[in-house]
Design a protein around this ligand. Structure first.
Ligand code: HEC
Length: 113
């Protein structure tokens, strides 16, 4: 009987400690600066792939075709807002890691790097 209890307790401890690690990871990326994210190498490819089917120069809702037009949407606050709430792209939202990457880039000043 005691042995069973011991097994249950240790199993619970293992599960709890593995959960803790996950929580720690999420907090780390949220609170710690995430390092340099490159517009040319990391952000622009996501936008090219996921946004330019609609957001070209002639598009009424605004172009996202180059750094300047993307920066305008960063500065007016709409880019992070739409992406974070998974409203953009409309039917196929970005993955959590892509969203995190965009937020890191914006928090770091949305540089043309
Ligand atoms: C299927 C077409 C489509 C795709 C793909 C798409 N959008 Fe949009 N986008 C729209 C439409 C339509 C609107 C206007 C409606 C709205 O604001 O919700 C819009 C509006 C926006 C706005 C607000 C513009 C403003 O100034 O108010 C932002 C920012 C935006 N999109 C960013 C993105 C980003 C970033 C992506 C890719 C990750 C993306 N969109 C992909 C169709 C699209």
């Amino acid at each position: 009987m005691k042995k069973t209890l011991l097994i249950i307790v240790s199993a619970a401890l293992i599960i709890i400690s593995s959960c803790r690690k996950d929580v720690g990871k999420v907090q780390a990326t949220d609170s710690v600066p995430c390092g340099t994210v490159s517009f040319a190498q990391e952000i622009n490819p996501i936008i090219t792939q996921k946004c330019l089917s609609c957001h070209t120069q002639s598009y009424v809702c605004g172009s996202l075709e180059d750094y300047g037009t993307v920066k305008t949407k960063v500065d007016n606050g709409t880019l992070v807002d739409k992406v974070e709430k998974k409203l953009m792209p409309p039917s196929n939202p970005l993955s959590d890691s892509e969203i995190q990457l965009i937020k890191c880039w914006v928090n770091d000043g949305a540089k043309n790097n």
